[in-house]
Design a protein around this ligand. Structure first.
Ligand SMILES: [Zn+2]
Length: 158
């Protein structure tokens, strides 16, 4: 139940750059902005919940070469596999496909006078980065992902 008054209050409370999908509350894992801020810390909050972009070449995950799984920092859903990681030279962890067909959702992002495809975690809506069509074979896609949006879980050695 949403009154006109609370709806207007909600809209006014959303910062200019906040993604509409994150405010929609349609994700299985959902917290208030304050709770997210507490769980994620300032930097990861800015990326995951406000679509900030981390500075290139700052993530330790750029150099992560071990076999394992990259999971959402917001909700720990597996999003990308080391098997699909490649060195893009952009300064952001890059993958040519998500770990499966359901992990990643997307929206059209028209900010900064560009039309890009924004990608986010399908379980918590946490912003991951963008996908471009200049990636390597076999998909030709480049998922350009913020390291702050991910945690790496190395595969246990047998
Ligand atoms: Zn998530």
């Amino acid at each position: 139940m949403t009154t006109r008054r609370s709806l207007l209050g909600l809209i006014a409370a959303i910062p200019f750059a906040a993604p509409a999908f994150a405010a929609a509350g349609r994700f299985a894992v959902s917290y208030t902005p304050d709770e997210w801020r507490r769980r994620l810390g300032k930097d990861a909050y800015a990326v995951l919940r406000e679509e900030a972009t981390e500075r290139p070449f700052t993530s330790p995950l750029n150099k992560e070469k071990r076999i394992g799984t990259f999971v959402c920092r917001g909700c720990a859903l597996p999003l990308f596999s080391s098997a699909h990681k490649f060195e893009s030279g952009t300064g952001w962890p890059s993958f040519w496909q998500p770990i499966n067909k359901t992990a990643i959702g997307s929206t059209v992002d028209k900010s900064y006078f560009m039309v890009r495809t924004e990608v986010h975690c399908s379980r918590c809506g946490g912003h991951q980065g963008h996908v471009f069509d200049d990636g390597p074979k076999p998909t030709g896609l480049r998922y350009c992902i913020n390291g702050l949006s991910l945690n790496f879980v190395p595969e246990k050695s047998a």
